[in-house]
Design a protein. Sequence first.
Length: 333
Amino acid sequence: MIVLGIETSCDETAAAIVKDGRRVLHSTVASQLAVHRPFKGVVPELASRAHVERINDVIEEALSFHPKVDAIAVTTGPGLIGCLLVGTVTARMLAWVKDIPIVGVNHLEGHLFAGLVEHPKLKPPFLGLIVSGGHTELVIFKGYGRYLKLGATRDDAAGEAFDKVANLLKLPFPGGPSIDKAARLGNASAVPFPRAWIPGTYDFSFSGLKTSVANYLKSTPARRRAKVDDIAASFQEAVVDVLVHKTFDAAERHGLSSVVVGGGVAANSRLRAAFQNESKLRKIRVFLPDRSFCTDNAAMIAAAGYYKLKRALHRGEKLAVNANLEIENWKAA
Ligand code: KG4
Ligand code: ZN
């Protein structure tokens, strides 16, 4: 089955064509970075307008490569409501015109499926870590459409912490890639920033770490302060340390032999190296999507949509597609 995926939940307008939920035939992402850069953050109303301007071109480009699609999958939430509406309304209209089925996909579920794209050997159950700009969630992927949430951030998401700390360090927007770049030249043990382990839980917290960076900058005179690259590397190490250890501890505890990491922060080079390292030490396989499928894209939505649609068709379920901010199937442990 060939599925056209559409993603507009935040600041990327994306369309992709995926075969049988695993093979990406085409993927295109129109970034809105230039629109939001002057504001150092995503401006929701500008994001919705930019989606309206770009969505037809992005879909037309995808369909020009593969005109024949069997179904459409579209992100229904969570995300910015105006942005979600642009995607869902366009997708519904296209499905009606083409007279093909349409399925709504949860954006976080999509980030987990990015690990399945182009990794045909990966099968559930596995442990999923989602680290994006808005979420940090540890989930057991029990089966397609069956998830058990083990923990989540209690305050800032990992990506949000990267973005806010980059701002404190006066690094350019978007913060995550800027810190990644600066940290490559820095010493990760220059500043001993704290790690919030929150023992006995699989929850995370990054806002205290962000405050520590702010306090360090405020209280250390410029001549005694570490270089920006060193501060960036030390901050990044504190985030990665917690993510790696809590994730692998959870996988061991739950007897899971595979870990999948998804979301924009999964593109971080130090995080990728640390997960690969720990994977060798603990003999647990780690699946990291290609960087282009870590940040928002529509291939992951098409992949998740394929499995959801297959289930629904099998059970004779009716599918409703409306923008919504709820997370379906996300059961707390
Ligand atoms: O998944 P995503 O594209 O959008 C959301 O669903 O939020 O994630 C965006 C987040 C941003 O916070 C961005 O700074 C972060 O991912 N990010 C990174 C890197 N690339 C993107 N963080 C650290 N290192 C990176 N290389
Ligand atoms: Zn995302």
